[in-house]
Design a protein around this ligand. Structure first.
Ligand code: TRP
Ligand code: ZN
Length: 900
């Protein structure tokens, strides 16, 4: 294998493509061993007579012929190398025809055209289309596609983008179909699917009265598992109509599930292709979390039809233009679905649960990224491999940046900004700046003389800002002064840049409230309006706000609703946090106060453990947790979040030297103490939260199941003998996967090892035919408390394990390397040896997936010294491996060169 050369691409170097390619016709003769693709391109020079060569991208293709205006070229008339086909003698307009071959069955990268389960699928974003045919593989070249598919009767279903316009049988007995997509699109949105598939469909009438056909395709035999996905699709369609006035623009919209897929799903125009994990569900095989994820990913891909497809990206640096915005839209969709039909208070709690879950993800995945070697602004300035920039920063922080604009403009203002964005840019390939400009037009109308100039820094600067809060209360004057100060040190590549010192303040919408010492909300006067929550717009390094008529010394409730992706610094006392945790009227800030208490408790236990002292939990903490557990006014879903201990990843962010074994000991100790000390309350919760009757994947019963399973875990962790019986009974009698898996997890992590082994064996026997269920079986073991490198190596030898299926690799290898810190980080380095082996093995098959595993070592320099050295050595071993992909090479070299 050849080592791929690494070239850095810079945003500042953007140049428009010299040609338009308004029409593309593709003819596929599908064959797993060698598929022939005939491509006919209508090309037109953008600047007539400029003489620029037509340079087309290609990868792993066999060229058969090239013709221009019907005349085949001989080899001297074009230039061909590993990645480019260049024609330098074209006039101002020409028809270029290229015949080439690719090898779908041998394609283990899952980019371009590949075979999975005997069927054909494509994945073109970001740069996969070049593996199908030579083309201008960049998002600002938009074309109308006409696609002809020919295949034998082994492939009865033949799908592509847009509308089916012809279907016939060829003289040789093969089928031929023709699809036409009326909307010009970049090639990354091209898709085809061919094979033996079953489907479920429904027809709905859109807001303007058009009847459209919605279909969900999947493997034969899985038809009972596509109902929820199709219902979710209908809800998504309705929601985009009502919340954003955006209608489906096609007569037919298809979703196809595939078992082998690099990520979650892909928004190809009219033909979304999904990882089967985000489509297939029934009560027996899918958990509440799976149902929720399906609804959210179905929504996400559907919403891309407007935010991504109708308006697309000019270049890949603008990725967050579509991803940040679409994640924001799917988050709002899920929140609205969770709150629908509830009264005001219950709806607020339901929305807070969704917000909490999203912030937990942000903190566990994005905050570490933003302080590490891969830190980048949501609109990166450079990359070596764009596949490495489908990150938590571009997606999740990108969504936060959109959400801040929503906060600044208000719901109606944001909607007006979206309308303006589509009015200006429908049908175009644009930039993040174009989006902000549309929003700014509304903001400036709302606030004459103000603009989003400072706000735009969220797009160009990386790092998580810290906001330090000072509060002064002047009792005689009944005046409260709040001072905010922000700072954000250079991170990652910023440290090497010439203007590292020049980072400037951000525009931060900072939502605050004040609580009195009896736990009542105080009213704030902001711009002549009385409000419980004021949004302070911090735009400089330091600013001060004064609130009059505050009757008593308040406790501040800060960053309500997580109004900005920042870290708050304020010296609350434990008593103040307990007060907020019991009474804050903002449900997000209330949750946050409890999390801060738990963080302090766990970090204190870590210190005790590190100094060899006996571990002890302070009674104040137990009392705060008891208050939450027994607060029946809180719905179960919210209580389950409030009582969840912060994850190891979130806690690691708070440590100067990350010590995974100590963290694990501390969290385990606290969980067991809570289990013992609050046992009667946990038992009561367990009994009250049963959900008899048929399974419903709705927020209310799902909240009960979450809290009940949490009770089970805590009781078992505390050594409760009765709970062990409860868990076994729940496992045996479960009518749904949430309960079955919840019980099994409690037993595997905290139960008798023999019972756990028995249950794991039974589970495998029962579900071995269902790959998504077996993924859960692998994941649970990969992250189990007692799992070591040896356990994982043993599981890799299991006949059901394969590295070639990304879901399976993620279930075992990734879960162990990314979510089992105590198993991975052992001082003898055996965990790191395993990581090196797996990164290299995966890299030979699938570089995109390998690069994600490679990121497990990103923050090596922040670990305790005994681990730092072997982690570094492991990274060096990967970097020095001959034949490394560009994907993995970028990750490991940045980890070594840009470490914190
Ligand atoms: N655009 C897709 C989404 O966010 C994700 C995606 C990008 C993807 N590249 C991919 C999916 C490669 C699979 C493989 O919805
Ligand atoms: Zn997306």
């Amino acid at each position: 294998m050849r080592t791929e050369t690494s070239v850095t691409v810079y945003r500042k170097d953007y140049l428009p493509y010299p040609f338009d390619i308004p029409e593309v016709s593709l003819v596929f003769d599908l064959d797993p061993e060698a598929t022939t693709v005939r491509s006919r391109l209508a090309v037109r020079r953008r600047t007539p007579g400029d003489g620029a060569p037509l340079e087309l991208d290609g990868s792993d293709l066999e060229l058969i012929s090239v013709s221009v205006d019907g005349r085949e070229l001989d080899k001297e008339a074009y230039r061909l190398n590993e990645s480019t086909l260049a024609l330098s003698t074209l006039g101002d307009a020409a028809t270029v025809e290229i015949v080439s071959r690719c090898r779908p069955a041998a394609n283990s990268t899952l980019m371009g055209l590949y075979v999975s389960g005997g069927n054909f699928f494509t994945q073109c974003e970001a740069e996969g289309f070049r593996r199908i045919t030579w083309f201008a593989d960049r998002p600002d070249v938009m074309s109308r596609y006409r696609v002809t598919l020919r295949a034998t009767s082994e492939y009865p279903v033949l799908l592509s983008n847009g509308n089916l316009i012809e279907s016939r049988t060829l003289p040789d007995g093969r089928a031929e179909v023709v699809w036409e997509d009326p909307f010009p699109k970049p090639c990354y949105l091209f898709a085809l699917v061919a094979g033996r598939l079953t489907h479920r469909e429904t027809r709905v009438t859109t807001a303007s009265g058009r009847e459209v056909l919605l279909q969900v395709y999947s493997d034969p035999g899985s038809e009972s598992k596509t109902g929820w996905a199709l219902e979710s699709l209908v809800r998504a369609l309705r929601w985009d109509e009502s919340r954003f006035g955006l209608e489906l623009d096609l007569d037919r919209f298809m979703v196809v599930a595939v078992r082998d897929f690099n990520m979650g799903a892909m928004e190809n125009k009219g033909l979304n292709i999904f990882n089967a994990a985000y489509v297939l569900a029934n009560a027996d095989t899918a958990t509440d979390a799976n149902y929720e994820a399906i609804e959210s990913v179905i929504g996400h891909e559907y919403f891309h039809n407007w935010t991504g497809n109708r308006v697309t990206c000019r270049d890949w640096f603008q990725l967050s233009l579509k991803e940040g915005l679409t994640v924001f839209r799917d988050q709002e969709f899920s929140a609205d679905m969770m709150a629908s039909g509830l009264d005001t208070a219950a709806a607020a709690s339901a929305r807070a649960v969704k917000r909490i879950d999203d912030v937990v993800t942000l903190r566990a995945a994005q905050f570490p990224e933003d302080g590490g070697p891969m830190a980048h602004p949501i609109r990166p300035e450079s990359y070596q491999e764009i596949g490495n920039f489908y990150t938590a920063t571009v997606y999740e922080k990108g969504a936060e940046v959109i959400r801040m604009q929503h906060t600044l403009l208000g719901d109606a203002g944001f909607r007006a900004g979206m309308d303006e964005y589509f009015r200006r840019h429908d049908g175009q390939a644009v930039t993040c700046d174009d989006f902000v400009a549309a929003m700014e037009s509304v903001y400036t109308r709302q606030h004459p003389g103000r603009d989003l100039g400072i706000f735009r820094r969220w797009y160009s600067q990386a790092g998580t800002p810290r906001v330090a809060v000072e509060l002064h209360y002047d009792a005689p004057a009944r005046r409260c002064t709040i001072r905010l100060a922000q700072r954000c040190a250079p991170v990652g590549v910023e440290k090497n840049s010439p203007n590292a010192a020049a980072k400037k303040p951000f525009h931060i919408p900072f939502a605050v409230g004040l609580m009195d010492r009896d736990g009542r909300a105080l009213m704030l006067n902001q711009d002549g309006r009385q409000t419980e929550t004021a949004v302070l717009e911090l735009t400089t390094e330091q600013q001060e706000w004064v609130f009059e008529d505050i009757p008593s010394a308040p406790v501040p409730s800060l960053l309500r609703g997580f109004s900005a992706p920042v870290i708050v610094e304020y010296p609350w006392s434990d008593e103040e946090l307990a007060l907020l945790s019991a009474h804050d009227t903002d449900p997000f800030a209330r949750w946050e106060a409890g999390q801060e208490l738990a963080t302090r408790e766990i970090l204190a236990l870590v210190s005790l453990h590190q100094t060899g002292a006996a571990l002890r939990v302070r009674p104040g903490f137990i009392a705060a947790w008891r208050a939450l557990l027994e607060d029946a006014a809180l719905d179960e879903a919210y209580r389950a979040r409030a009582l969840a201990l912060p994850s190891e990843k979130t806690l690691a962010e708070r440590m100067s030297a990350i010590d995974p074994p100590a963290l694990a000991v501390a969290r385990d100790f606290l969980r067991a103490e809570l289990g013992r000390d609050l046992a009667p309350a946990w038992r009561q919760v367990f009994e009250e939260c049963q959900t008899p009757g048929p399974y419903r994947p709705a927020p209310e019963p799902a909240g009960k199941r979450a809290l009940k399973n949490m009770a089970l875990t805590h009781l078992l962790a505390g050594g409760d003998a009765q709970a062990s019986e409860w868990a076994l009974a729940q496992y045996k009698q479960a009518t749904n996967m949430t309960d079955r898996l919840g019980a099994m997890a409690a037993l595997v992590n905290h139960g008798d090892p023999d019972i756990a082994t028995g249950v794991l064996g039974e589970f495998y026997e029962q579900w071995q035919q269902d790959p998504l269920v077996i993924d859960k079986w692998f994941s649970l073991q990969a992250t189990a408390r007692s799992t070591t490198v040896q356990t994982v190596r043993g599981l890799m030898a299991h006949p059901a394990f394969t590295l070639r299926n990304p879901n399976r690799a993620r279930a075992l290898v990734f879960q162990f390397c990314l979510n089992n810190a105590r198993g991975l980080h052992v001082p003898d380095g055996s965990g790191y040896d395993y990581w090196v082996e797996q990164v290299l093995a995966l890299d030979a098959l699938n570089p995109e997936v390998a690069a994600r595993l490679a990121r497990a070592m990103d923050n090596w320099s922040r670990f305790v010294p005994v681990l730092r050295a072997p982690m570094r050595a492991a990274l060096e071993r990967v970097r020095n491996h001959p034949g490394l992909s560009r994907n993995v090479s970028e990750i490991v070299s940045k980890a070594l060169e840009l470490a914190a």
